[in-house]
Design a protein around this ligand. Sequence first.
Ligand code: NDP
Length: 295
Amino acid sequence: MRIAFIGLGAMGYPMAGHLAKQHEVVVWNRTSEKAERHSREHGTLLAADLAACADAEVIITMLPTSKEVDEIVDRLLPHVKEGTLWIDATSGDPNMSRETARRLASKGVELVDAPVTGAVVGATNATLTIMIGGSEKSFSQAREILQLCGKTIIHVGPIGAGHAIKVLTNSIMGATLWITSECLLVAKQYGIDLKTALAVTNAGSGRSNASENLLPMRLLDHKWPLIFKLAHHDKDIRIAASIAHQQHASTPMLALTQQLFTASLNQLGAQADYVEVAKIVARMNATEWDGQSSS
Ligand code: NDP
């Protein structure tokens, strides 16, 4: 099958590489050097220009937000062929995806939203969890392809449902990360050794991905790698808050989490990693974690 892959960022680069093991994959990236490197490393074909992506049976986008996806759709719409399946793996906005789906449907192209979770390590090891919104038929087609990139592929509902659950689940992670950082800071200020506080948390009911995997490396080993841009996480929580607002849902915790992440983004900058919100938790208390860098 001929697949066009658009967006070779931290996630898209390894995903397109896995697809190339079984399919003819054409790659396009805004910064063309990345596409050239991908072609050398994975034997993928270079799209002569963006319009050339329209020759594929399947088009996959993996871009920062739905805004960039829409810009690509605008540019490809005059060229797309009836019967093409468009898989948007971006963590996007469900309202925008439904509108984009309508525009593509007018040209006989079906869209599925297929955001992923599992971080860059999951993309590299092809162990992503992928949540898909769209018709049964498109889901089955998308699953055939995406099983090369992920282990767990779930049909969530109609178009937009994948994007909705993705941003909601990331909001759960954001709130958990924040409250865990706060409580560990209080434990530290109380004189409890951080290693001990984490050991107790992880042996008890406060255990989470934040306490088991994210925070020990930062707080105990003083390593603050960039694994997921805070800018992306903030975008996800803002979309989740907007969905809640649209539904007149009362979600004070979600609203607060969104405010805290946006404030952190304003403080730390677009290139910061999302776990660095723990630094803001410390800064709000006029202190620092040991080994905290200055950013
Ligand atoms: P990156 O920032 O690493 O990559 C973004 C990609 O989009 C790059 O290929 C970039 O091109 C391209 N791009 C940016 N702006 C434009 C534009 N205006 N027009 C065309 N192309 C553009 O992002 P990630 O790969 O980390 O994330 C992609 C999506 O996946 C996001 O929605 C994110 O929330 C989600 N996600 C990310 C995870 C992670 O751990 N990183 C985990 C799960 C989901 P260029 O190379 O030119 O900059």
